[in-house]
Design a protein around this ligand. Structure first.
Ligand code: FES
Length: 147
């Protein structure tokens, strides 16, 4: 028989509903073993995995992104500090990139608030770095109309 926590135990320890834990299981976030009776048995490391998922979701990461990162952790044993540090570095890089993008957007927004022109020539929000010019001349946003 596989030892470990029942899904009810895990729900009580994480504050998640049993249905939420099953949902996370379908996304590969946790992968319980089965005991002789066929019941799910979770490891103590799954408490931390689920806590990590809840924290990462609050930071705006999608479940697919989170699952991608967690695939780098050992499946049925407690991840080491080095494992978590590696995962954390990946998230940190993404958070830093988001902060940079939001800072850039915030700085460009100053000129646009109250303007509303959405000019292809001068609006950094509508046409950042003049990316539309690289697509060629003419009404590039309507190209789907000419087949
Ligand atoms: S809306 Fe006018 S410059 Fe962006």
């Amino acid at each position: 028989m596989a030892a470990g926590l029942s899904i009810g135990d895990l729900a009580a320890r994480t504050g998640l509903a049993v249905s939420a834990i099953r949902f996370y299981e379908t996304h590969g976030i946790v992968a319980p073993l089965r005991n002789a009776g066929g019941h799910r048995r979770y490891g103590r490391a799954d408490i931390r995995r689920l806590s990590f998922v809840m924290a990462a979701q609050k930071l705006g990461f999608s479940l697919d992104e989170i699952a991608d990162h967690l695939r780098g952790l050992p499946a049925h044993k407690a991840p080491s500090k080095a494992d978590w540090t590696r995962i954390s570095k990946g998230f940190r890089r993404k958070i830093d990139a988001r902060i940079a993008a939001l800072t850039d957007l915030r700085d460009k927004l100053d000129g646009c608030i109250g303007c509303g022109c959405l000019s292809l020539q001068s609006c950094a929000l509508y046409n950042p770095a003049d990316v539309k010019s690289a697509e060629g001349t003419g009404p590039r946003n309507l190209t789907g109309l000419d087949g």
